[in-house]
Design a protein around this ligand. Structure first.
Ligand code: FES
Length: 55
């Protein structure tokens, strides 16, 4: 079962196999775990790079 965890003031973490579809229509299958940025500050969007924690 795929699980989605929302971290307070942080990323959305998806645990389990899921497919990411990008704005250009391409897609990528993630098989284990991925953290998705919800703050918009990541330099590696759509993934969280920890910048939500501030400098
Ligand atoms: S939620 Fe972590 S960098 Fe945006």
């Amino acid at each position: 079962m795929t699980k989605v965890n929302l971290i307070a003031n942080g990323p959305l973490i998806v645990v389990g196999e899921h497919t990411v579809t990008y704005p250009d229509g391409s897609s990528e299958v993630k098989v284990t775990r991925a953290s998705y940025c919800r703050c918009g500050k990541s330099s590696n969007l759509p993934f969280c790079d920890g910048r939500h924690k501030g400098e």
